[in-house]
Ligand binder design. Structure first.
Ligand SMILES: CC(C)(COP(=O)(O)OP(=O)(O)OC[C@H]1O[C@@H](n2cnc3c(N)ncnc32)[C@H](O)[C@@H]1OP(=O)(O)O)[C@@H](O)C(=O)NCCC(=O)NCCS
Length: 173
């Protein structure tokens, strides 16, 4: 087993709970200072689709999180906006955020959880995953099989994520 694989095995993603939200808030503020979102936004995602919300444990501490849920294709929620509910007929599996503290990066834990999200999206019979790539993360998502998609009719919502935001999709065959 390589050192990288050992690190991945040592990392531990587990289901997020309401009690984890304070730590998620702290990590979000540190990792995404330019994309502030209210506690209520994360709490609502967790309530609406707990299966898509997980935290990364390293050394007994929360070192990252992922928040994701079924959604409409090509209609990313605006930054810091409540959803109100999930669509009855979702068209994509939307990755709202994947964020790791700097010390937790580079172990493959992010790739590992993306693979789990792909599996979950397939289980839900959804034909794609999609997201808004920010923070210069487009090369990471490209490595995960995502490609830019046209952002028709969602320019204002995309703009809420800043000028370097890109709508991306990974088709599932
Ligand atoms: C994006 C993020 C989750 C990736 O985490 P990570 O721990 O570096 O990811 P992994 O270790 O699983 O790396 C997977 C691969 O992507 C590559 N990679 C990761 N970030 C990259 C980047 N910014 N540019 C290019 N390649 C990148 C890694 O080198 C690795 O390549 P390899 O498989 O050939 O070795 C992490 O950097 C992060 O939390 N960033 C801040 C928050 C953020 O921007 N999230 C995305 C919001 S849309």
């Amino acid at each position: 087993m390589s050192a990288r694989q050992a690190n991945v095995a040592g990392s531990n993603w587990r289901a997020m709970t309401v009690d984890d939200l304070a730590s998620v808030d702290v990590i979000a503020a540190r990792v995404h200072p330019s994309y502030p979102e209210d506690h209520a936004v994360f709490a609502e995602r967790l309530r609406l689709h707990a299966t898509g919300c997980r935290v990364l444990m390293t050394g007994g501490e929360i070192a990252g999180y992922v928040i994701s849920h079924p959604w409409h294709l090509g209609e990313p929620p605006a930054l810091n906006a409540l959803l109100g509910g999930l669509p009855e007929a979702a068209a994509t599996y939307y990755v709202h955020d994947l964020a790791l503290l700097p010390d937790a990066r580079g172990s493959g834990a992010a790739s590992w959880i993306v693979a789990q999200l792909v599996r979950h999206a397939r289980d839900l019979n959804l034909p794609s995953l999609s997201l808004v790539a920010v923070n210069g993360s487009t090369p990471f998502w490209t490595k995960q099989g995502f490609a830019a998609m046209a952002a028709e009719n969602c320019d204002s919502k995309l703009a809420s994520y800043g000028a370097d935001a890109h709508l991306m999709r990974r088709l599932l065959s």
